[in-house]
Design a protein around this ligand. Structure first.
Ligand SMILES: [Zn+2]
Length: 289
């Protein structure tokens, strides 16, 4: 199936926070999910654009104009509008346009399910005043694009959504990346150990895979696998996904020793890990920042 490009649309932004509860602001998580997704499509070689990369207010009109400006009105354009839900439920939903089939939505929900999120439904929604039209402008005003709204979970869930959003939003975003690749026949290469501590690193002059492997406590092979690299040569400015820097406390460790070894400070270790005391337990996991 042809694909002209993917437009990622982080919902809300600026003066419109979207749903807010349990320490989650929809606009912020929509942006984090979207940026992650953008980077992943880029690394898979898929043409991709994004409607906002920071906390700005976008009116429906300017959002739609932006979307159209990237790849036009073609039906071979996928628009993914990322949102979180509210209203007391639990689980993910996908809303698709009246003009489209449910194939992509179905795939997305099944990948979200594989990632550990429970799923509710995929559906279409009609404007009450004109049932020929979509309820949401993101469907209604992008006339030919394949436009979907993904609701990853409920910010006011009393079940596991709040934790899943806070701890595993990258995993949820990855599920959508995988589903879109399947849907469009794009060769998908997954990332292992994806979690919210995995970070994108911009290659600087003089960096080598070996240096980065040492610095990030991983192997050259792991970095190559994570980023689907065919060669050992890095380009300045290249974006690399690096594994989380989690340290597991060994016998004889102290904060001072770990700070020194990992080029950080005792204060940062205390701050990054919300430590109440400087006494460490063997097996304790520390975020090295
Ligand atoms: Zn929303």
């Amino acid at each position: 199936m042809a694909l002209k490009g993917i437009v990622i649309d982080p919902g809300h932004g600026g003066s419109d926070p979207g749903a807010v509860n349990n320490g989650i602001k929809e606009k912020d998580y929509a942006l984090m999910i979207s940026k992650y997704m953008y980077d992943r499509f880029k690394s898979l070689g898929v043409p991709v654009s994004i409607t906002r990369t920071n906390d700005i207010t976008l009116s429906p009109k300017s959002r739609i104009n932006k979307i159209k400006s990237f790849y036009g009105n073609s039906k071979d354009v996928i628009v993914i509008s990322n949102h979180l839900n509210a209203g007391g439920g639990d689980g993910a939903e996908v809303i698709y346009a009246l003009r489209n089939t449910n194939s992509l939505s179905k795939k997305i929900l099944s990948e979200l399910e594989n990632s550990g999120q429970n799923v509710r439904k995929y559906y279409q929604l009609r404007l009450p005043s004109n049932s020929k039209k979509d309820y949401y402008f993101i469907h209604r005003d992008t006339p030919n694009n394949e436009a979907i709204i993904v609701e990853y979970g409920f910010v006011d869930s009393t079940k596991d959504d709040v934790n899943q959003i806070k701890n595993d939003y990258k995993k949820l975003a990855e599920a959508v990346v995988k589903a879109v690749c399947e849907y469009k026949g794009i060769k998908y290469k997954g990332v292992s150990n994806i979690n919210n501590n995995s970070n994108y690193y911009i290659v600087k002059k003089g960096d080598t895979l070996w240096d980065l492997a040492v610095k990030y406590k991983t192997s050259v092979k792991n970095i190559k696998d994570l980023n689907n690299l065919k060669s050992d040569v890095l380009q300045v400015g290249q974006k690399l996904l690096l594994p989380s820097k989690t340290y597991i406390v060994k016998k004889g460790d102290s904060l001072w020793k770990i700070a020194k070894e990992y080029n950080t400070t005792i204060n940062d270790l205390i701050k990054n890990n919300n430590l109440k005391s400087t006494t460490l337990q063997i097996g304790q996991k520390l975020n090295l920042g």
